[in-house]
Design a protein around this ligand. Structure first.
Ligand code: SF4
Length: 447
């Protein structure tokens, strides 16, 4: 059972030195209990207390890192069943499968696809893993593939074989990249555990069913391997979904440690149809895969998948927000239009994108509405005439333009009267309600 804040407090030094970033040991204990702090932030915890606290403050699902440095991908570390309870912590890692039986051109094509990335609301979205599967039975060939993956892709690597000798060949080439070793099974457990320990790499366990999985992870943890990813072996949608939910529920609600690990799924093993595979993957982004291996990356399914993942793994209590300020779009001058919008990121990117499309250089004033969209902010009293007036005066736009005209979103046209009072001498213009109409509006705008 997790310790309460008070129980944790009793184990802390109680000197209130503040080095952990909060003023008191009690505040640190409360943050620790809420999962908002890391024990390592306090340099003065005794070893004995550390042991007790590490165990007690560990998330019910272990966090596992695959790869190092810029390639590092963290999976697991989840603490809730449902996103709205708190938030999901570590986004599902998405991997492309590459077989060492593919010809050179195919391998090159797959590796190149690991560089696919998309810009969305100011974030770069990309898949971050490459899964190398040994189908040839040839350790030399597999090691050569591992070497290529390290040199030509920027992804964290999964080495796939059930033969410890083959895995070792791959590890000899790239062990310092800390790849995920897939997989330990009931037949090779000891040998693969030794490899994981010798190279300090995370290891995936594959079983046929949850019972066997729990036995294997228990054996592994007893042997000293702690960074584990689990594969229940299910290869049908229904069975896999049932097991994903059961694993999460047992780990969180029953504190069942043998299943408290991130999972790995193989969407491509459940269908031959590319679009169906994408749909299956999208289901397991929500429930509850740590890593999903796809048979291939295709833009038309990868993009929606990474966008879905971004939406699921953002904090539902904190809207994506853009920094308040004056944004120059297309090199505006003193005669350029001035548009006002809120700082909900999606709104900002739509509006700035439409201004760009119009090819009418403009100033875009982004006001801090706590990440709320135009109508929501207005309804919450955060986008009203008095606040907008104060923002426009302090932001300094008046020094950049000759005219005194400001275009407000059509949805808050009702604030125009109040704004005329707040911004004496300014002409308040009502812009379009929808972003899609901004281009036409700006093309006909005159200073
Ligand atoms: Fe207390 Fe440790 Fe934080 Fe200092 S660093 S205030 S001793 S918890």
């Amino acid at each position: 059972m997790p310790l309460t804040g008070i129980e944790i407090f009793k184990l802390l030094p109680k000197t209130n030195c503040g080095e952990c970033g909060v003023p008191t040991c009690l505040a640190f204990a409360m943050s620790l209990a809420a999962g908002k702090a890391d024990l390592s932030a306090c340099p003065y915890v005794s070893d004995e207390a550390k042991e007790k606290l590490s165990e007690a403050s560990a998330p019910p699902i272990v966090t596992v890192s695959v790869g190092t440095g810029e390639r590092e991908v963290k999976v697991g570390g989840e603490t809730v069943m449902f996103r709205h309870e708190k938030r999901f912590e570590n986004p599902t890692g998405i991997a492309i499968l590459v077989s060492d039986n593919m010809d050179d051109a195919q391998i090159t094509e797959r590796i190149e696809k690991t560089h696919l990335s998309y810009d969305r609301v100011g974030l770069t979205l990309r898949p971050e893993l490459i899964a190398l599967r040994c189908d040839s039975g040839d350790g030399v060939k597999f090691a050569a593939l591992a070497k290529r993956a390290r040199e030509e892709s920027a992804s964290a690597i999964i080495l796939m074989s059930e033969d410890p000798a083959i895995l070792e060949s791959g590890l000899k080439e790239i062990a310092d990249e800390k790849p995920l070793i897939y997989a330990a099974t009931k037949d090779n457990l000891e040998a693969v555990a030794e490899l994981a320990k010798a190279h300090s790499c995370p290891v995936a366990v594959k079983a046929s069913g949850l019972e066997e999985l729990a036995q294997l992870t228990s054996s592994l943890t007893e042997s000293g391997v702690k960074k584990i990813v689990i594969d229940s072996g299910a290869r049908t949608l229904r069975k896999a979904l049932e097991e994903q939910v059961n694993i999460r529920s047992l780990a969180l609600n029953k504190k069942y440690r043998p299943l408290g690990f991130p999972t790995i799924m193989f969407a491509g093993d459940m269908t031959d149809d590319h679009m169906r595979e994408a749909v299956i993957a999208s289901i397991f982004v929500t429930k509850y895969a740590g890593i999903i291996v796809l048979s291939d990356f295709r833009g038309e399914s990868l993009f929606p998948l990474v966008v879905e993942r971004m939406n699921i793994f953002t904090d539902p209590q904190r809207p994506l927000a853009t920094t308040e300020g004056i944004y120059e779009v297309g090199g505006p001058n003193e005669n350029s239009p001035v548009l006002l919008t809120c700082n909900f990121s999606l709104t900002y990117f739509i509006v700035s994108g439409e201004i760009e499309n119009s090819r009418v250089p403009s100033y875009l004033l982004v006001m801090d509405t706590e990440g709320l969209s135009v109508l929501t902010a207005w309804a919450a009293g955060k986008f009203s005439a008095d606040l907008i007036g104060a923002f426009v005066k302090k932001c300094g736009i008046a020094d950049k333009i000759k005219h005194k005209k400001i275009i407000i979103p059509g949805y808050i046209a009702i604030e125009s009267g109040g704004l005329e009072e707040e911004l004496a001498g300014w002409e308040i213009q009502i812009g379009p309600r929808e972003g899609a109409h901004i281009t036409a509006y700006l093309k006909s705008w005159q200073a």
